[in-house]
Design a protein around this ligand. Structure first.
Ligand code: NPW
Ligand code: ADP
Ligand code: K
Length: 460
């Protein structure tokens, strides 16, 4: 049972190709299923800790995995029963169903057991499960002490994060061979409990992977405030948001943070480490600026548009967030050839790139390609994509992030990483990782100011 951080993410079709590629010499589909069954049995035996197990088997290869796992668990001396929704239909499933030595119970009449293993449908689900299957699954999971899904919980579309019917909540999901998009995309991911990979020896190359602990830039004896990363935050009509971004930029490790605002630019405002100056378009021409963050609290008036135009013309690497994403056009972004990271939440994404009609991973990749920037499509299932198709899927950090200002903190953290010299995709990943770690460290009911402060402690 391998934690999924940094692992490759494969769609159902990519998984099928990977399985084909793995089938050389004496490796066959049947032997992959044997490996999957053995790995599931080992994991379930550890988790069940001696309790009775009920394995629910479907008609395809997911069910096949269930029959092999059940037979192996019985061989290990556990109390195991098998219930099936219908007879096996695939050749492999028929072959392995014969390994199960006892009677197969009917799904509708099966009595619950403390450990429930769902091997009804996996990546081959093509439509909503029937009401009979859904009802039995709900009844048996409700009564179980531990709920384990094989590959995916029954009822989940592999690539989109969609829940096709009524899928109950699981405690553990054992991804077979590779992580699939729905292990991270919402709403499916929130039904899966802990997701762990079972390695069955299938090579898994992909341009998409799960968020991983980044290698963060560290100061050394040659460091000074400018080469640690100088970040300019372009403020606007709501200075609270840009102040939060500035604080987060410092707390994420930038050497010099410049807050450019209009009106009363009070040098006595805390934190005093933020350098406050009056905004002028010239201010962005300072060579030492390694990143400009524009959008938090910018507003949407003419002044805001002028500032955005100046930022785009400055030639500095950009983090474009919040209001700036409402003011800019995709064509303008595409025509801009500098480095840039866009950080839209769902509403801003739809405004810029249109409604997501397929899935968040594909839509974010398209947006990155269209805009020529790295796109951080935020939410409980943040997806980061680069124009070249590389993508990073981020498991939910904390639902307590759903509070005003946390996006401003993220923009600041990413700005710090960009100014420290990371390339845009790496800077976006590092910022999202720091933000997630800070959210976990903050616990419950934190506010965005706490989150910004927590960045220093989790930075490592
Ligand atoms: N990844 C790997 O390397 C390995 C993967 N393995 C395992 O294989 C799994 C994928 O197997 P799979 O393709 O047979 O799909 P699976 O999910 O069992 O269901 C397909 C069956 O259900 C049917 N069906 C579909 N929807 C339905 C519905 N709503 N209601 C009723 N029926 C429905 C569908 O028939 P249909 O009617 O759609 O033609 C078909 O008969 C994968 O998740 C993993 O567990 C390992 O064993 C080996 C290595
Ligand atoms: N339910 C949730 N679970 C996990 N993360 C969330 C959730 N809701 C929001 N977030 C995260 O919190 C941040 C909110 O950003 P945003 O919507 O721009 O807020 P604001 O504009 O108020 O700063 C993003 O990083 C987003 O990924
Ligand atoms: K399943």
């Amino acid at each position: 049972m391998i934690p999924i951080d940094g692992l490759a993410v494969l769609t159902a079709a990519e998984m099928r190709s990977a399985e084909q590629a793995a089938m050389i010499g004496d490796v066959t589909e049947a032997s992959l299923m044997d490996r999957a069954g053995a790995a599931i049995a080992q994991a379930v035996a550890r988790l069940a800790a001696g309790r009775e197990v009920l394995v629910l088997c479907g008609p395809g290869n997911n069910g096949g995995d269930g029959y092999i796992a059940a037979a192996e668990l019985k061989r290990r001396g556990l109390a195991v029963r098998v219930a099936a929704s219908e007879a096996p239909r695939s050749d492999d499933a028929r072959r392995v169903a014969a390994f199960w030595p006892d009677a197969v119970e009917s799904l509708e009449r099966a009595e619950p057991a403390p450990v429930l293993v769902d091997a009804i449908f996996g990546t081959g689900l093509s439509r909503s499960p029937s009401a009979v299957v859904e009802h039995a699954l709900a009844r048996l999971t409700d009564a179980a002490w531990l709920r384990i899904a094989v590959d995916l919980p029954t009822g989940i579309a592999t690539d989109t994060g969609k829940v096709l019917g009524k899928t109950p909540r699981f405690d553990v999901t054992l991804a077979l061979g590779a992580v699939k998009p729905s292990h991270v995309l919402q709403p499916a991911a929130s039904l899966m409990g802990q997701v762990r990979l079972l390695d069955i020896g299938v090579p898994t190359k992909s341009s998409a992977r799960i968020l991983a602990r980044p290698i963060l830039p560290q100061p050394d004896a040659t460091s000074h405030k400018y080469n640690r990363g100088m970040v300019a935050i372009v403020a606007g009509s709501m200075s609270g948001a840009s102040e939060l971004a500035a604080l987060a930029t410092l707390r994420a490790g930038a050497g010099y943070v410049l807050h450019l605002a209009s009106g009363d630019v009070s040098a006595s405002a805390a934190p005093h480490a933020i350098v406050r100056r009056n905004y002028t378009a010239d201010a962005l021409n300072e060579d030492r600026i390694g990143a400009v963050v524009i959008g938090p609290g910018l507003g949407r008036n003419d002044d805001a548009s002028d500032r955005l135009e100046a930022a785009l013309a400055s030639g500095r690497p950009l983090v474009i967030d919040g209001d700036a994403l409402r003011l800019v056009a995709v064509e303008t972004l595409a025509a801009h050839d500098g480095r840039k990271i866009l950080t839209p939440h769902g509403g801003e994404f739809t405004h810029l790139f249109g409604e997501v009609t397929d899935d968040k991973l594909s839509a974010t990749r398209r947006a990155a390609q269209q805009s020529g920037g790295v796109v951080v499509h935020k939410g409980a299932d943040t997806v980061i994509a680069a124009p070249d198709g590389r993508a990073i899927l981020c498991p939910e950090a904390s639902p307590w992030l759903s509070t005003a200002g946390t996006g401003d903190v993220l923009a600041g953290a990413i700005g710090a990483m960009l100014a420290a010299g990371l390339e845009p995709l790496a800077a976006a990943e590092a910022g999202v990782w720091l933000h997630a770690q800070a959210a976990r460290a903050c616990g419950k009911a934190f506010i965005a100011d706490d989150l910004a402060d927590a960045l220093s402690a989790v930075r490592g």
